[in-house]
Design a protein around this ligand. Structure first.
Ligand code: HEM
Length: 525
């Protein structure tokens, strides 16, 4: 049979995708061959000063920065280094070992400087200059274009105004108002975990952590329990959000989907739009209810309330809430799972946490199941150190910035406008000069006397400076309440080893498959 005419029956999009894939595969192979022949093993090189400067060009030091050789086409550049999501983190560590605190990369037509020293990180993250606050083309392209939100504004007055407005909702006082809701969702979590581990001793918990965290975040932001608006609405919203984000972020590994005309014709786009519309429907109902209630109830600085009060229109309100929920959903439950894994691998730390939790409950809730106030939560110091140490070993994001104005890193190094900056926190979090024996889980690294002598920018799980994580307080409170509830009710173990759990970068750095746990119910004192 002659298959040639059949080829022309393919729709345009299938043909385009085939073409792009074939060319990509060919370029991938060619770059691997080139890379193998070009990159030699370099020793640690933490100084570029030794090279003599040839002219008084202010960007001389920048131009002399080392870096891996790249594919001649700038659109590809070093892109293939990052295409395999499975060993990406290790690659970043290896590159830092070879090229030192500052090195250069190119991909998607953009020049990057990767910064791995706390001093360099401080120079960029602490800058108040609006021209240093944007995230750059990669992050902007990956974030769904349908959603306009503060999190992707490139800095400037618009970002500052929105950030100032929304910060109110994340202050201690505003969060405190929602204290009962934290425990309501944690009670549901305990019940679900009891049910799941009633007949089996081994299972996953990531889905239940996500539901719990989603409940807390959505109620603290929208002021309503979605489950009470319509049965199943909360779980459906959470599912749709997860699908929408997964489809958007997968484009990192399918760069052709970053081309709008390819993306808008794909079935992934269609599915993500269906999920988005379903979420908009639910949040419109919530907004309607909220507007009815306004003026009749006490002001609580809930996010939705702050935005309505400031006259934002419904579309923008949905965008901000959707983006916040997406970020919260992709970070807090993941961190809770990571902490559980760490203290399962290190039962001595789990026991210390549990002793502390039992003591704090005994003092503040008279030994009953009840809830702890925010002040009592502050006494969970050992648990807090375990969370901090977990976030050191497993930070969740890579930080990106684009320079719209030059940035001075130190006396020698001036970075020009028009380049991007990449900061992989996992590298700085493992520098032995700041964290001796960096692979070891040692919560006492976060004792106040140890923190005091460390460079403040050697620990950046929530980023730092004017554009740090707005939800940091909420996340830490949520993590403490969720973990205290679990450890109070269950002994936690895991059949997985550190080697079994492969971390991949998919928006955030997450295990390639959910971690397995063994939960045994314990008698609550
Ligand atoms: C353990 C949990 C969390 C971690 C590790 C985390 C980490 C981060 C990091 C590293 C950034 C900075 C990104 C950058 O500079 O490019 C960030 C920004 C942000 N985070 Fe979080 N986050 C967490 C939880 C949350 C929660 C619960 C919320 C909201 C409820 C939230 C909302 C945001 C927003 C809106 C931004 C952007 C801020 C801006 O552009 O001004 N995060 N987060």
């Amino acid at each position: 049979m002659n298959t040639f005419p059949l080829f022309f029956q393919f729709s345009g999009i299938v043909r385009d995708v085939l073409l792009v894939s074939t060319v990509s595969l060919f370029l991938l192979k060619a770059s691997q061959v080139l890379k193998q022949s070009c990159i030699r093993s370099w020793p640690w090189r933490w100084s570029y000063k030794s090279k003599t400067m040839e002219s008084d060009d202010p960007y001389n030091a920048y131009k002399r920065l080392p870096g891996p050789s790249s594919f001649p086409l700038r659109i590809i550049g070093n892109g293939f280094t990052f295409l395999n999501k499975k060993d990406l983190l290790q690659k970043l560590v290896d590159l830092a070992q070879k090229y030192g605190p500052y090195y250069r990369l190119t991909f998607l037509n953009e020049d990057y400087v990767c910064i791995n020293s706390p001093e360099g990180i401080q120079a960029i993250l602490s800058s108040n200059n609006y021209s240093h606050l944007g995230h750059g083309p990669l992050e902007e392209a990956l974030f769904p274009q349908e959603i306009e939100t503060m999190a992707i504004y490139p800095g400037g007055e618009k970002w500052k105004g929105r950030r100032k407005m929304l910060s109110r909702s994340f202050m201690y006082k505003a969060l405190q108002f929602h204290n009962p809701c934290f425990y309501k969702y944690c009670e549901r979590l305990t019940f679900q975990l009891e049910k799941r581990f009633e007949t089996t001793s081994e299972g996953i918990v990531s889905d239940l952590l996500m539901q719990c965290s989603f409940g807390i975040s959505s109620e603290t932001m929208m002021g309503v329990d979605l489950e009470e608006t319509e049965k199943g609405a909360g779980a459906l919203f959470c599912q749709n959000l997860e699908l929408f984000m997964r489809k958007s972020l997968q484009r990192w590994y399918r760069p052709w989907q970053l081309l709008p005309w390819v993306w808008h014709r794909s079935s992934d786009y269609k599915e993500s739009m269906e999920a988005l519309n379903s979420m908009i429907k639910v949040s419109s109902k919530v907004l309607e209810k909220y507007k009815e209630k306004m003026g009749t109830e006490e002001m609580t600085d809930t996010m939705i309330e702050v935005m309505v009060r400031n006259g934002m229109d419904d579309r923008l309100i949905f965008n901000e809430i959707g983006a916040m929920l997406a970020i919260a959903n992709d970070t807090t439950p993941l961190s809770a799972e990571n902490v559980l894994f760490m203290i399962s691998l290190h039962p001595e730390h789990q026991n210390k946490c549990r002793e502390e939790i039992d003591a704090v409950y005994a003092e503040h809730s008279k030994g009953k199941q009840g809830s702890l106030g925010f002040e009592a939560l502050k006494e969970l110091k050992y648990l807090e150190r375990c969370i901090q140490e977990t976030l050191r070993i497993n930070p969740l994001t890579i930080l990106l910035r684009r320079l719209e104005a030059p940035l001075r890193i130190n006396e020698e190094l001036l970075l020009p406008a028009g380049i991007s900056i990449m900061i992989p926190p996992n590298v700085v979090h493992h520098l032995p000069q700041h964290y001796p024996n960096p692979g070891k889980f040692e919560p006492d690294r976060f004792l106040p006397e140890q923190v005091r002598v460390r460079h403040p920018y050697a620990y950046i799980p929530f980023s730092a400076g004017p554009r740090n994580c707005i939800g940091m307080k909420l996340a830490m409170i949520e993590l403490k309440v969720m973990l205290a509830t679990i450890l109070r009710n269950f002994e936690v173990g895991t059949p997985d080893t550190k080697e079994d759990v492969q971390i991949v970068l998919e928006g955030t750095m997450k295990p390639s498959k959910p971690i397995r746990f063994n939960l045994t119910k314990r008698k609550v004192f």
